[in-house]
Design a protein. Structure first.
Length: 155
């Protein structure tokens, strides 16, 4: 397997892999995010190809310089189902972690939604990541028709 830093020449392969991980994201959004990653000094993507140049996975990461501690973040990590359980995800992760270390970052973070990505917690644990905390997100749809005059006076 070959791991390459993503560039414009990989757009089609990278887009197809991203669409498998994030199928609800429009192509235009994927393309803009890919351009942003390639254009930045604080983000990177690596793609994995077979010897026959078939794309099989990718990993994306970002550097965050936030005192008191800088960290690297795994923004996306994906390997095609037929290539899983072979250590390929670990190879992608190792390349990203080395990139973090090259930028003097010695802490790597990631997040996942187990209901959407059921394999993710096990994959993270396999490579030494431990759960730090659980996040609950609350949502409430607001009724714009419930805009009382007295409320407007408070704004």
């Amino acid at each position: 397997m070959n791991i390459l830093k993503a560039s414009e020449i990989h757009d089609n392969a990278w887009l197809q892999l991203r669409k498998l991980l994030w199928p609800d994201t429009p192509d235009a959004t994927h393309m803009q995010e890919m351009f942003d990653i390639i254009s930045s000094d604080t983000t990177i993507a690596f793609l994995m190809f077979t010897p026959e140049n078939e794309p099989v996975g990718f990993i994306e990461g970002a550097l965050y310089r936030n005192p008191p501690r800088n960290y690297g973040y795994i923004e996306g990590w994906f390997v095609l189902p037929d290539y899983r359980k072979q250590g390929l995800g670990g190879q992608l992760l190792e390349v990203l972690e080395l990139w973090f270390l090259h930028h003097n970052i010695d802490l790597s973070l990631s997040d996942t939604i187990p209901l959407e990505y059921p394999l993710s917690p096990e994959a993270h644990a396999k490579y030494g990541y431990r759960e730090h905390e659980t996040l609950q997100i609350f949502i409430k749809e607001l009724d714009p028709g419930n805009n009382r005059e007295s409320d407007n006076q408070m704004i």
